[in-house]
Write a protein that binds this ligand. Structure first.
Ligand code: ARG
Length: 260
């Protein structure tokens, strides 16, 4: 009788051990989910939206903070790479990047080839001339003038409308502003917040803005056509940030004022 009880107890203990063991192995084999990567492209000579502080390789600015926050919310590891502004849409379409954020205005032409998120910032074009220029007072005085713009931008399109103007398209806006400073151009057409920031950061020693902001352009985050799912995720994160005050905080950090 004792033997039988002992045997039974042994069997039960073994069973208990086996069950515990199973549980254990199950826990251990549960692998951590691989982190999804969000490959972001930008053209980082567009302060305060995207730029690199002198001597730093890090991308900083409103857009950069925004996409990092959106990426984190969606569970992505955000990896940002830099390329020409006119290379962003081809990079999306070839699948080299998942997202482009670069102060990119939502236009009907671009909407034919890529998908935009909901708007995240309202901008517009403006004219910058030399500080001592008394002749150019607005866009209407640009006929026959030498205009510097950035390649592939809405500013470049606007310049193309000016009768007899000599338009030079530069790879980045820094080069366009330099051309004005060096006397190689009479005016620059670019996004108003970017030119205003440039003047604030020391550019006002040689240059000034003339006329009013000419139009209204909304910036959007771009993804490849067919990737509407990612655009929807981005919109959700963006809406959440607008709702919970994170967006307002970012806006204040970079533009120094409350969003109107
Ligand atoms: N908003 C203008 C456009 O979409 C200029 C954008 C330039 N952006 C840049 N990161 N350089 O054409």
């Amino acid at each position: 009788m004792k033997k039988i009880v002992f045997l039974l107890m042994s069997v039960l203990m073994l069973l208990a051990l086996a069950v515990a063991g199973c549980g254990g192995t199950k826990e251990e084999s549960k692998e951590a989910e691989p982190v999804k990567l969000l490959r972001v492209g930008t053209e980082p000579a567009f302060a305060p939206f995207e730029f690199q502080k002198e001597g730093s390789a890090e991308f900083t600015g409103f857009d950069m903070d925004l996409i990092r926050a959106i990426g984190t919310k969606l569970g992505y590891k955000v990896e940002i790479s830099s390329m020409g502004f006119d290379a962003l849409i081809p990079a999306l379409n070839s699948g080299n990047i998942d997202v482009a954020i670069a102060g990119m205005s939502i236009t009907d032409e671009r909407k034919k080839v890529i998908v935009f998120s909901d708007p995240y910032y309202t901008s517009g074009l403006i004219v910058m001339v030399k500080k001592d220029d008394a002749a150019i007072k607005s866009f209407n005085d640009l006929k026959g003038k030498r205009i510097a713009v950035q390649i592939g931008t809405t500013g470049a399109n606007k310049a193309a409308e000016i009768p007899n103007a000599q338009v030079t398209a530069f790879n980045d806006n820094t080069a366009a502003a330099m051309e004005l400073k060096n006397g190689g151009a009479d005016a620059v057409i670019n996004d108003s917040p970017v030119l205003k920031y440039y003047l604030q950061q020391g550019g006002s020693a040689d240059a000034k803005i003339v006329g009013e902001v000419m139009n209204s352009e909304d910036y959007g985050i771009a993804v490849k056509k067919g990737n509407e799912k990612l655009a929807a995720e981005i919109n959700k994160a963006l809406a959440e940030m607008k709702q919970n005050g994170e967006y307002a905080q970012l806006y204040k950090t970079w533009f120094g004022e409350e969003k109107k």
